[in-house]
Design a protein around this ligand. Structure first.
Ligand SMILES: [Fe+2]
Ligand SMILES: [Fe+2]
Length: 434
């Protein structure tokens, strides 16, 4: 990391220019130790709290937008940046709990709260991406980079460590997002309303004094006509390249037809975005759950994006076009008719718990066929799914408490699995259209 070569005893820049003296200078000069610190601990924690808040709100708004987003590559980046935001929140939380109590505090700056609340009301996914990645994240990077060198490098090294790692992620994120925005512009998807939204978010950021709050503040703009009140989606978005959106789940070729079954196995992986989208809905339904739940769920969500991408990688390596795969979007619609806690129970205690015997048989089949790529992919999947079941077992009791469920855990789970068995496993997928 670029800053790691710096001496841990370096003084902050403002002190360095005002207080350093050679040994020959008379001792009557003002001692450097009396100079004010560049960043007091109180300012430090207020700033760290702002960064944590920006990343935490980003996590929540990205979860809400993940199912809505249609452009596949942007949807995948939303999943990844959501998880990275969770890592940054966690890093700031670990530091903040050492210097303030409680560790999680809503900033007193109402302009910052307004900015982060308004971002989700973007008129479309590219307006959202432009507002968050084109306006807010660059300001956050600027604030973090400034903080990194302004604070005490030794006394505040734990903050510097967290900041440096967040900066690596955020700068890389913008490098991955920019080509997506360029492609959208070339395809005419950056419209007048995208620009109006960007201007609005830029104005709200200026009203908050930037991510740091230290810049000159301006009057907050009023919302543009293009603002669309955010509503949690109950339909999963897919872009125009996906032509098969709602096909019925077909019976898979028998496992002893190794070739045909394996093709279907990885085509099914390519549809696991549906699981990520369901975890997103669960996350949005429980933003007041303990931080550890949100942290685990962010990883759960991103794992499912990775499983989907694993399917894409496998299909492309075998000359197939993953965009031709059936998307089974009716599954997302079907799950969305149930409360988030029930969706979580069906996913973790239904789909995920029951997948292991099959996955282990597939590892054996791939080993026997000498198919190292397929074997490795499934073994990584098993490792992730083991964690997802662990998350389910840890958090389901807490979620049930949170919603005031009166049935005990076993009864509740059995009741939910009955619905899952009779509707999901049989492929009937009853949709109660409102
Ligand atoms: Fe998965
Ligand atoms: Fe999973």
């Amino acid at each position: 990391m670029k800053a790691s070569s710096r001496s841990a005893t370096r003084t902050p820049s403002r002190r360095a220019t005002s207080g350093r003296r050679s040994a020959s200078v008379k001792r009557s000069a003002t001692p450097a130790r009396k100079a004010p610190p560049a960043l007091s601990i109180d300012v430090n924690r207020r700033l760290l709290n702002r960064y944590r808040f920006i990343e935490h709100e980003s996590l929540h708004l990205l979860a809400g937008w993940l199912p809505k987003a249609e452009t596949f590559e942007l949807k995948c980046e939303i999943g990844r940046s959501l998880w990275e935001s969770a890592l940054h929140v966690n890093a700031f939380y670990l530091r903040l709990r050492e210097i303030q109590s409680p560790a999680f505090q809503k900033p007193e700056d109402s302009a910052l709260v307004t900015l982060m609340t308004e971002l989700r009301h973007a008129p479309d996914e590219f307006a959202l991406a432009t507002g968050l990645y084109g306006v807010v994240v660059p300001s956050l990077i600027q604030a973090l980079a400034s903080h990194e060198t302004a604070t005490f490098p030794n006394s505040d090294q734990p903050s510097v460590y967290a900041i440096q790692h967040a900066l690596v992620d955020l700068r890389a994120l913008l490098q991955r997002i920019q080509p997506l925005l360029d492609q959208a512009a070339a395809a005419g998807k950056i419209t007048a309303r995208t620009r109006a939204w960007r201007t609005y978010i830029t104005g709200l950021l200026a009203a908050a004094g930037g991510a740091s709050g230290l810049e000159k503040r301006r009057t907050a703009p009023s919302a543009p006509a293009c603002r669309v009140e955010f509503k949690l989606p109950c339909e999963a978005g897919r872009d125009a390249r996906f032509t098969q959106r709602g096909s019925d789940l077909q019976t898979m070729p028998p496992e002893d037809d190794y070739r045909e079954h394996t093709i279907e196995e990885f085509e099914r992986y390519s549809t696991e975005m549906l699981a990520a989208e369901t975890v997103a809905i669960v996350l949005c339904g429980f933003t007041s759950m303990p931080w550890e739940f949100q942290f685990d769920s962010a990883r759960h969500l991103y794992d499912e994006v990775r499983h989907c991408l694993m399917g894409y990688e496998w299909m492309r390596a075998h000359g197939m076009n993953p965009f031709d795969s059936p998307q089974y979007l009716q599954i997302f619609r079907w799950r969305c008719q149930f409360p988030p806690v029930m969706q979580y129970c069906m996913l973790t205690m239904g789909n995920e718990v029951h997948a292991f015997p099959y996955r282990h048989r597939r590892v054996e089949a791939h080993q026997q066929s000498g198919d190292a790529l397929s074997e490795q992919f499934v073994r990584y999947d098993i490792a992730d799914e083991t964690q997802h079941v662990r998350f389910g077992k840890r958090w389901l009791p807490e979620l049930l408490k949170q919603v005031g469920e009166t049935r005990d855990l076993d009864t509740y789970t059995a009741d939910v699995l009955q619905v899952w068995e009779s509707q999901y496993r049989t492929g009937k997928l009853t949709i109660n259209v409102e």
